[in-house]
Design a protein around this ligand. Structure first.
Ligand SMILES: NC(=O)c1ccc[n+]([C@@H]2O[C@H](COP(=O)([O-])OP(=O)(O)OC[C@H]3O[C@@H](n4cnc5c(N)ncnc54)[C@H](O)[C@@H]3O)[C@@H](O)[C@H]2O)c1
Length: 434
C-alpha cells in the first residue's frame, strides 16, 4: 500500500518506519526542515532503541522517504496517518491547531478517495471536526473517510510495542475504511477492537487516565507507608499478585511524566468539563502526582537540614529510562526546587543530558558519569530508574560523597543493602530512613 504519515516524531516516525519494514511504501512528512534533512541521511533526531536501524534499512530499500511537502504524500497515498503533536494549551486543552492545519492541506491537495487516520491523541469528537473540515476545503472531486487508530506505544520500547501491540483499536464509520485498515494490519497478531470513531477516541484517553490513576493510587499508599514505617514495595507486591489488580503501573516513586500522561490527563479533565462532568477522580490523580515531587524535595531537605550551599547529585533526568525525552519530566520541577533552596545540582543521565541542557542551561552542572556527579555531594538523589544505575559501585560512591545520604526517588535499591554499605537510605514509601 502507499501510506503517508504526517509528523516524524516519536509516534509518526515509528509508524512510518514499521509500516515500511512490513513492505509498504511510506512517505513521511514533517514541517521541520532540519529533521527531514537528517532523516533523509538515516539520522533519527531522538533516542529510541532500534528505530535508526529500521529507518536506515527502509531508506536503502527505497520503501521509506521523507519530505517537508505534504503534497508529496497526499497526492499518491490512499491512507494518510496524522501523527503531529497535540501539546497542551495553557488551559489544559489539547492544542489541535497542527491537526487542523494538516487536515486543511490534505483536503486541498487530495484527489480521489482518501482515508484520514487519527494517530495523534485527540479529544473525543475530533473525528467529527476533521470530517467537517475535509468537507469544507476540497478543491476537486474527492471522497474522504475518517478513522481513529489510537497508538499505545511507549517511548523506550516503541518499535517493539508498535510491531507487537496488545490490541489494535480502530474507530471507523465505513466498510471501506475498515477494509483498508484490516489490510494494513493483517500481519499483526493482536486482538482487533472495531468501534465507532468516538469510542476509539475515548479508549485512548480512558486507558492513559486509568494507568495514571493506578500510579497515583500506589503513590498515595506510599505516603501512608512512610508514616507508619511500612514498605510500599511489599504492599505493591501483595496487591499486584491479585490478578484483578496486576503488578504493572503499581510502582511508587516520583509519579508519571513525559509527553503523554500529564497532558492527556489534563485534556481529559477538560473534555469531561466541557461535557458537563466534573472528573474529580482524575483531578486527585493529578494532584497526587504533583505532590510526589514536593515530597521528594522535602525528604532531601529533612535529611540535609538546609539546602543552602549543599551539593546534590542527581542520577537521571529523563522522565523514564531508555528515552532522552525531557517533556514534563519530574526532574525539571525537582531541579528548580533544589536550586531555589540554594543547592548546587550536579546531574548525570545516560541519554538525556543534551535535551536537558537545552531546557536547564547552566542552572545544573552536567557530569560525565555517576561517580563524578557524586564527588563531594551531600546527597545522592535517584530520579530515573536506568538499568545502569542498578550496577553502580556504591562503595566507591560512598567514598566520593561528603555525606552518604541516598534519596531513592524510584525505590531502585534494597534499603538494608544500602544501610549495610553505610548510607542513610531514604526511599519513597519505605519509612523516613532514620
Ligand atoms: N510519545 C508517545 O509516547 C505517544 C504515544 C502515543 C500517542 N502519542 C500521541 O501522538 C501524537 C504525537 O506525539 P509525538 O510524541 O510523536 O510528538 P513529537 O513532538 O515527537 O512529534 C510530532 C511531529 O509532528 C511535526 N509536526 C507538527 N506540526 C506539523 C505540521 N503541521 N505538519 C507536519 N509536521 C508537523 C513536528 O515537527 C514533530 O516532528 C500526540 O498526539 C501524542 O499525544 C504519543
Amino acid at each position: 500500500m502507499n501510506i503517508c504519515v504526517i509528523g516524524a516524531g516519536h509516534v509518526g516516525l515509528v509508524t512510518a518506519a514499521c509500516f515500511s519494514d512490513l513492505g509498504h511504501r511510506v512517505v513521511c512528512v514533517d514541517q521541520d526542515r532540519p529533521k527531514v534533512q537528517s532523516l533523509r541521511k538515516g539520522k533519527v533526531w531522538f533516542y529510541e532503541p532500534g528505530l535508526e536501524r529500521l529507518v536506515e534499512r527502509n531508506l536503502r530499500k527505497r520503501r521509506l522517504s521523507f519530505t517537508e511537502r505534504i503534497g508529496d504524500g497526499v497526492r499518491h497515498c490512499e491512507v494518510i496517518f496524522i501523527a503531529v503533536g497535540t501539546p497542551p494549551l495553557a488551559s489544559g486543552d489539547a492544542d489541535l491547531s497542527s491537526v487542523e492545519q494538516v487536515v486543511r492541506e490534505v483536503a486541498r491537495l487530495a484527489k480521489g478517495y482518501r482515508l484520514i487516520v487519527e494517530k495523534s491523541t485527540v479529544p473525543v469528537e475530533t473525528g467529527k471536526r476533521i470530517l467537517q473540515t475535509l468537507q469544507m476545503w476540497p478543491k476537486g472531486k474527492t471522497q474522504f473517510d475518517v478513522a481513529s487508530n489510537p497508538e499505545f506505544l511507549r517511548e523506550g520500547s516503541a518499535v517493539e510495542d508498535f510491531l507487537h501491540p496488545e490490541r489494535i483499536v480502530v474507530g471507523v464509520q465505513s466498510k471501506r475504511a475498515r477494509a483498508l485498515l484490516e489490510e494494513l494490519y493483517r500481519p499483526f497478531k493482536a486482538p482487533w477492537v472495531v468501534t465507532d470513531i468516538a469510542s476509539a477516541e475515548l479508549i485512548k484517553h480512558a486507558s492513559n487516565a486509568f494507568l495514571a490513576t493506578k500510579v497515583s493510587f500506589i503513590n498515595a499508599i506510599s505516603v501512608l507507608c512512610d508514616r507508619v514505617g511500612a514498605d510500599v514495595e511489599k504492599v505493591a507486591l501483595g496487591m499486584g499478585l491479585d490478578s484483578r489488580i496486576g503488578p504493572s503501573f503499581l510502582k511508587a516513586g516520583l509519579g508519571y511524566g513525559g509527553f503523554c500522561f500529564p497532558k492527556d490527563l489534563e485534556a481529559f479533565v477538560r473534555i469531561a468539563e466541557k461535557l458537563g462532568y466534573d472528573f474529580q477522580l482524575l483531578k486527585a490523580t493529578r494532584q497526587i502526582n504533583e505532590d510526589q515531587k514536593r515530597i521528594l524535595v522535602e525528604k532531601v531537605l529533612h535529611h540535609l537540614w538546609n539546602l543552602k550551599g549543599k551539593r546534590i547529585a542527581l542520577l537521571g533526568l529523563a522522565f523514564k529510562p531508555d528515552t532522552d525525552d525531557m517533556r514534563f519530566a519530574p526532574s525539571l520541577d525537582i531541579v528548580s526546587a533544589l536550586i531555589q533552596g540554594g543547592a548546587q545540582v550536579h546531574a548525570y543521565d545516560p541519554r538525556s543530558m543534551k535535551a536537558a541542557r537545552r531546557i536547564l542551561g547552566n542552572k545544573v552542572r552536567f557530569s560525565k558519569d555517576p561517580y563524578s556527579a557524586s564527588k563531594g555531594a551531600d546527597c545522592l538523589v535517584v530520579i530515573t530508574e536506568w538499568a545502569e544505575f542498578r550496577e553502580l559501585d556504591f562503595k566507591r560512591i560512598k567514598r566520593l560523597m561528603r555525606q552518604p545520604i541516598l534519596v531513592d526517588g524510584r525505590n531502585l535499591y534494597r534499603p538494608e543493602v544500602m544501610r549495610r554499605l553505610g548510607f542513610r537510605y531514604v526511599g519513597m514509601g519505605r519509612g523516613r530512613g532514620e
